[in-house]
Design a protein around this ligand. Structure first.
Ligand code: SAM
Length: 277
């Protein structure tokens, strides 16, 4: 085991060794977390999701039927609410577990949802196909800047003229203070593995780039080491405007009153953005 690798601050955007969302064991744990309507992890709480969808759909007249793309749709909380309102919905997610669950659920409920198990950074999203594209739960802020640029280009292409892109990111108010303390956990079985492991967690600040890295180093009994790295970017409204205008989006609007005050994520730390092609 290389202890220095654990001690040193990684260079900006240095890759980890492992990817959480597609790991067969971890993605099963994640699905259970998504499906718990009372906690604000993986997916938001049910009332927050319902409120968000109500606001999103309120941007069109009631009877208009929309084509909607949900990127990183998870088990389908938002896609199902959109489809319940009569819209034609496509959901994309990299997690096979979540897509299998969502597909089965839509089938049982006879909902018009087309699911794709794919990486939204790699796939062709098509051209001029959607009235609305959504990317929810601060996911635009966890992709690397180079991937974000490419994704924005692809979303712009996929929207019909006048189509709307809605997403949320974390705001940059006091982001420097949001480092999590160093922790360790020894488990016989837990979130990261079904076998005994030691988890060392730490976060690092990259102030100029407004990024915090959350790093989790998982060591098993045979000294195998998995490193998971999550890069979270924080934005001001100016940062968001600049990023969107660079990619030709217009009519940019911000909302900080969508999520209930009592939630872990609310208007104090989350900015919803609506913009138009
Ligand atoms: C924080 S969860 C949010 C899920 C959903 N939007 C919600 O709010 O309920 C992020 C989701 O994005 C998916 N995801 C992460 N990276 C992805 C990628 N590159 N392509 C497609 N899906 C991805 C994960 O599997 C996960 O379901």
């Amino acid at each position: 085991m290389n202890i220095e690798n654990i001690i040193e601050k990684p260079s900006l955007y240095q890759k980890g060794s492992s990817f959480m969302w597609t790991d067969p064991y971890i993605s099963k744990q994640l699905l259970q977390i998504h499906l718990n309507p009372d906690i604000d992890l993986a997916s938001r709480k049910k009332p927050s999701i319902e409120k968000t969808v109500k606001w999103i759909l309120g941007n069109w007249e009631k009877n208009r039927k929309l084509t909607i793309l949900d990127l990183g749709c998870g088990p389908g909380w938002y896609t199902e609410l959109f489809a319940n309102n009569g819209h034609s919905v496509t959901g994309v997610d990299i997690s096979k577990n979540s897509i299998d669950y969502a597909t089965q659920s839509a089938k049982e409920k006879e909902l018009n949802i087309h699911y794709r198990n794919a990486n939204y950074l790699d796939i062709d999203l098509g051209e001029e196909k959607f009235d609305l594209v959504v990317l929810i739960y601060a996911d635009l802020g966890v992709v690397l800047p180079i991937e974000r640029e490419k994704l924005l280009v692809n979303i712009f292409k996929a929207l019909k003229k006048g189509g709307i892109f809605i997403f949320d990111v974390l705001n940059d108010k006091g982001f420097e203070e949001k480092l999590s303390p160093k922790t360790w956990e020894a488990s016989k079985i837990g979130f990261w593995k079904a076998t005994p492991y030691l988890a060392l967690s730490e976060s690092f600040l990259y102030e100029k780039e407004k990024v915090i890295l959350s790093q989790h180093t998982i060591i098993d009994e045979s000294d195998n080491v998995d490193t998971y790295r999550f890069w979270t970017h924080f934005f001001s409204k100016d940062d968001i405007s600049r990023m969107l205008k660079n990619r030709y989006f217009k009519n940019i609007e911000f909302r900080e009153d969508i999520l209930p005050e009592g939630d872990m994520w609310n208007g104090k730390n989350v900015i919803f953005t609506k913009c138009e092609k």
